[in-house]
Design a protein around this ligand. Structure first.
Ligand code: CAA
Length: 396
């Protein structure tokens, strides 16, 4: 049985920070952030936005894009490393806000940026096994990337959610059964201690851990795929490669490493062809942790000028700590038109820029978000209103 992505939805905050402005405020050459890290803008959520609101907005877009009713969803999993509660999952709030069936199985997954991929693989197996009985899975990756103000990680923040409708009618991307390679290792490269809102990271070590995991997962994929040895670089079997994107330059480093493993003497030469289109949207949003690789996939499908129908795409998901997976899918006829119709680039261009003092105020206010009293003038359209009697309240 086929299984894969039937529809996708993306949500980002309405506000962002220009990285060149941030660089100047920090006394750094703008080129370091914009070219050196490969990020132009990073999404910054205001105080009425959290993991739940982002997840709900992305999920609604995915359902509407597929013309799917909430009743059709039999499994909802939210992958996140920005939980809003130790016990109640983000997925329960999303179920309530979207009006999903009481017969839907719902929960949350966590493994840093890999949490969404873990949920996706589980959903694919649920569909392939026949347990879904025609119902669809809604997999949502939702996060707010947050490092301390003034730290090296600060320019690699971002926020957003990507929702994927997974079914046996994968109108966007049919994921190839059995063609997946996993690499996991207990490392301390990036973590978010329970007592801190900000992530802690051993930055340069995390880059090395990512590359080691890419190598391990890529080798495991090659063994699992067991395809006949061919001419040329192995990765030329893919029309595009989509890497986890904590910042654009990391994808460039990843690609260089992968092509070197392939024995390519000019490992950067294929970067624009195989990777460039996947970075258009991420460079405007920053790191969205669990959703980063899926935002890159949406970017590929909405910006690639060439017809990818019937072509294979390689996907690399990395979660610090760590667990990584390299897997692949085949682009379906009409997929690019469907994703283009979401108007993602136009949506990004309608956001409002925050000045650096405004951004710093938002960062301070977000420290106390969880105890914020319910605001009187509450907005509508999946907004966090505040907390009353220790319960989070959301506007529908
Ligand atoms: N013009 C152009 N480029 C410039 C420049 C200038 N004026 N000044 C510096 N650069 C370049 C540097 O040469 C460097 O490029 P290379 O990596 O190609 O050498 C780049 O800008 C960055 O410079 P530094 O390495 O000196 O930057 P840094 O030490 O301040 O920190 C970082 C970079 C480690 C990525 C840091 O931002 C960080 O810790 N980020 C968070 C961790 C992270 O994202 N890790 C990624 C792997 S882990 C993962 O993927 C999971 C996840 O989502 C977190």
């Amino acid at each position: 049985m086929q299984a894969g992505l039937e529809a996708i939805g993306v949500a980002v905050p309405d506000t962002y920070v220009e990285l060149a402005d941030l660089a100047m405020a920090r006394g750094v050459a703008p080129g370091k952030y914009v070219e050196g890290l490969g990020v132009t803008r990073m999404g910054v959520p205001l105080v009425d936005e959290d993991t739940v609101t982002l997840a709900s907005r992305a999920a609604r877009m995915a359902l509407e894009s597929a013309g799917c009713s909430p009743e059709d969803v039999g499994l909802l999993v939210v992958g996140t490393e920005t939980a809003v509660d130790h016990s109640k999952p983000v997925a329960s709030y999303v179920q309530g806000l979207l009006g999903l069936s009481t017969r839907c199985r719902i929960f949350e997954t966590k493994h840093a940026c890999y949490g969404g991929t873990a949920a996706l693989q589980l959903a694919l197996d649920w569909v392939r096994s026949g347990s879904a009985k025609g119902r669809k899975a809604l997999i949502v990756c939702s996060d707010i990337a947050r490092y301390g103000v003034g730290t090296p990680g600060e320019p690699t923040q971002g926020a957003g959610a990507v929702a994927m409708l997974v079914s046996d009618t994968p109108a966007l991307l049919a994921l190839e059964a059995g063609k997946t390679g996993v690499y996991s290792k207990d490392v301390m490269d990036f973590w978010r201690p329970l007592y801190s809102k900000d992530a802690l990271v051993d930055g340069h070590y995390s880059v090395q851990c990512y590359l080691d995991a890419l190598e391990g997962a890529y080798r495991a994929y090659q063994e699992a795929a067991a395809e006949p040895v061919g001419e040329g670089a192995y990765s030329d079997r893919f029309a595009a490669l989509v890497y986890h994107v904590p910042y654009g330059k990391m994808s460039r480093k990843a690609h260089r490493h992968l092509r070197t493993l392939d024995g390519d003497a000019a490992p950067d030469a294929s970067f624009d062809r195989l990777v460039g289109n996947s970075l258009v949207l991420p460079s405007q949003v920053g790191n969205i942790y669990t959703g980063s690789m899926y935002l890159a996939l949406a970017s590929l499908l909405s910006t690639a000028p060439q017809d990818l129908t019937g072509q294979r795409v390689g996907l690399f998901s990395y979660g610090s700590g760590s667990c990584a997976e390299f897997f692949s899918g085949v682009v379906q006829a009409g997929a690019q038109e469907r994703v283009k119709a979401l108007g993602l680039e136009a949506r990004l261009s309608r956001r409002r820029a925050l000045s650096i003092p405004e951004y710093e105020d938002v960062m301070r206010a977000r420290e106390h978000l969880d105890e914020r009293p319910v605001a009187d003038a509450a907005g509508s359209g999946f907004r966090y209103q505040g907390t009353r009697d220790h319960k989070r309240i959301y506007a529908t």
